[in-house]
Design a protein around this ligand. Structure first.
Ligand code: TYM
Length: 354
């Protein structure tokens, strides 16, 4: 039987405009996992970022900015492993093996590719199509058991589970012959949940808050100043009814539901708790309370991000240290994978050569 200890992995793309959805759906929960004393790896997925064109100089800045956001939000680079994907070559190596395990039909079903490629699919990069396979490699290079993400990543994590399962089955006898437990790769648990698994646009409660929304007013960026945050919340679209007293009353009211969810996630409480305090209140009362809470929670993070990004040398040192520690784990997985698949490898001396 497989006996996996709890290992958490997650990633964020350095594609600019880190926003409240990224924070509440992912980064804030990364910190919570760290506080639960799980071994955590948090990765700036720069190889995923280049699946669509990135200006090289801007990309370097964005990698450092996401790293700064991790640290500013409370990820401790001594307890957790913080690194960027391109410094650990095993991600790309394992992705190739998984390219030969995953089926074309599986990737053809990925809705995020369809959304991102749009109508001009012929012109999308092959990397964008293959994106979920690299994601499976990110996770399984560490044989991670838990992955905290927002709801939009659910389908990608299902694919990761399918790849793990197929690898374990296809190579079952080789896995056993090399003395590994029968489930070499764990069937990773997605951790999707809480009141902010899907934070919606402030301008349209039916659309996800996203980095690429042309309207900056649709999202709260992690780097926004206090005044901007308050103004965006004041201007957020709502209906004209007071807040309901029960969560059921938020059905069919996407904008109200979104703002209540944001409040709950920022305060670390449930929607029910929020409505206990604000049921019956008008938005003219609720919005200022939400703005205050958002500013008190986010302004210190923005300040700390500014302080950290002013010292790129420090950020680069954090990434280098994290990458070394990540590579130590990923290299063991890749050695085992190469044996299982039937490759002839150089053996343990590889580490010494490097
Ligand atoms: P990315 O960079 O698009 O988003 C980073 C994290 O933020 C979450 N998120 C949201 N959560 C709630 N509401 C929203 N509006 C919202 N928008 C984004 C995302 O779900 C994600 O958790 N494919 C991943 C990066 C990745 C990864 C991995 C994640 C690459 N390899 C391995 C986990 C494990 C992505 O594009 O995230």
């Amino acid at each position: 039987m497989a006996a996996f200890t709890e290992l958490v992995f997650s990633g964020v793309q350095p594609t600019g405009n880190l926003h409240l959805g990224n924070y509440l759906g992912a980064v804030k929960r990364f910190v919570e996992m760290q506080e639960r004393d799980a071994q955590c790896l948090y990765c700036v997925v720069d190889m995923h970022a280049i699946t669509v064109w990135q200006d090289p100089e801007a990309l370097r800045g964005q990698i450092r900015e996401v790293t700064a956001a991790f640290l500013a939000a409370g990820i401790d680079p001594k307890r957790s492993i913080v690194f960027n994907q391109s410094q650990v070559p095993q991600h790309a190596e394992l992705a190739w093996v998984f390219n030969c395990v995953a089926r074309l039909g599986w990737l053809n079903r990925m809705t995020q590719f369809k959304e991102k490629a749009g109508k001009d699919r012929e012109n999308a990069s092959i990397g964008l199509y293959d994106y979920p396979v690299l994601m499976a490699a990110d996770i399984l290079a560490y044989r991670a058991t838990h992955v905290p993400v927002g709801e939009d990543q659910k389908q990608h994590l299902e694919l990761t589970r399918d790849i793990a399962q197929k690898f374990n089955t296809d190579f079952g006898s080789s896995i056993a012959a090399h003395g590994h437990c029968d489930a070499f790769f764990p069937i990773t648990e997605p951790l999707i949940g809480g009141p902010a698994a899907r934070v919606m646009s402030l301008r349209d409660g039916t659309k996800k808050m996203s980095k690429s929304d042309p309207s900056d007013n649709a999202r709260i960026n992690l780097t926004d100043e206090a005044d901007t945050i308050a103004q965006k919340i004041r201007r957020a679209k709502t209906d004209s009814d007071p807040l309901p007293s029960e969560v059921d009353g938020l059905k069919e009211r996407p904008e109200a539901d979104n703002l209540v969810g944001i409040y709950a996630a920022l305060a670390g409480i449930t929607r029910e708790d929020v409505l206990r305090d604000f049921g019956g209140a008008q938005f003219s009362t609720f919005k200022p309370a939400l703005a205050d809470l958002a500013v008190t929670s986010l302004a210190p993070i923005a300040g700390e991000m500014r302080r950290l990004t002013a010292d790129p040398g420090h950020i680069d040192a954090v990434l280098a240290d994290g990458s070394n520690r990540a590579e130590t784990i990923a290299a063991q997985t890749l050695d085992a994978v190469k044996d299982i698949v039937g490759f002839v490898r150089r053996g343990p001396s590889l580490q010494a050569v490097r």
